[in-house]
Design a protein around this ligand. Structure first.
Ligand code: SAM
Length: 271
């Protein structure tokens, strides 16, 4: 996959994407990330990228010309071809007004060959970029950041770790919070992890050594080696955490009769 970031602060990306899995994926050639400085696509002495809004109002708006010119040199397919799905390319405008970014969206984007992320600043970006250049607008959450750079880094990180080969143990990305696929990998009696996919729930709690730390003990069930008990405990914990922190997620999850009984019991004990 190739990811192009369009920004007025190219130096912002020195650091965030140079660590861990993103770095490893780049070194392995799974992803190539290119950062483009919008000011290089200006033609005036002051390298102006913004201007006052028509109609008045607060702040400045990113001008359309440098953004259109920058994308023209990237050699993308046309807007129409991209929207038709004929090519695996997407131009994304980062915006708090966009569709909310989710794990499902990250998985969709990880299937593309090319991702272009346009980072807004100030009051935002001239709307013609959203209308005639961008294929979709994406928000990373219901809050307002000063620019799209952090949002671009978030999306690249979430997408890169889903590229085949990026994470050492691929089964782990199929078992995480929000991941709809339940299980993942072979299901065997001796593999407690392989049957604990989140199935769209939040992930179950993880513990490591020491088994006891400052009087805080790891749950006994995880130490006793009974895989069936471990599976049941993890499922119950995932349900409990989801019910407590993100009850909205339970709506979209397939619950077994056993799960349903557990959830009802948890709801009653919380009253
Ligand atoms: N005036 C805009 C509004 O009220 O919707 C806010 C503009 S914001 C200060 C500047 C830029 O930051 C946006 O153009 C966008 O690129 C980026 N940004 C801010 N919040 C974001 C979010 N939640 N998700 C993605 N990008 C965001």
């Amino acid at each position: 996959m190739r990811a192009d970031i369009v920004t007025i602060f190219p130096d912002f990306f020195r650091g965030p994407l140079d660590h861990g899995i993103t770095r490893r994926a780049a070194e392995m050639g799974l992803v190539k990330i290119a950062v483009h400085d919008l000011r290089q696509f200006t033609h005036d002495k002051h390298r102006t990228v913004d201007d006052r809004p028509f109609g008045g109002g607060e702040g400045m708006v990113l001008k359309p010309e440098p953004i259109f010119e920058c994308l023209e040199v990237l050699g993308l397919a046309s807007h129409a071809e991209r929207l038709s799905g004929a090519v695996k390319e997407s131009v994304i405008l980062l915006s708090p007004q966009g569709e909310r970014f989710t794990q499902k969206m990250a998985a969709e984007l990880s299937g593309l060959d090319r991702l272009v992320l346009i980072c807004g600043r100030y009051e935002g970006v001239d709307e013609r970029v959203a209308d005639f250049l961008g294929d979709r607008e994406i928000s990373i959450g219901d809050y307002v950041l000063s620019g799209g750079e952090l949002a671009a880094a978030v999306i690249i990180e979430a997408v890169t770790r889903l590229l085949p080969g990026a994470v050492g143990n691929e089964a782990s990305t199929r078992q995480e919070s929000f991941t709809a696929q339940r299980g993942g990998g072979e299901v065997t009696e001796n593999a407690p992890d392989s049957t604990c996919g989140s199935g769209g729930l939040l992930d179950y709690p993880h513990y490591t050594r020491p088994a006891e730390f400052r009087g805080m003990a790891v749950p006994e069930v995880l130490i006793n080696g009974n895989h069936q008990e471990i599976r049941s405990w993890r499922r119950a914990q995932a349900l409990k955490k989801t019910l407590r922190n993100r009850p909205d997620l339970l709506e979209g999850v397939e619950l077994s009769p056993e799960d349903k009984k557990l959830v009802e019991r948890m709801k009653r004990s919380a009253q």
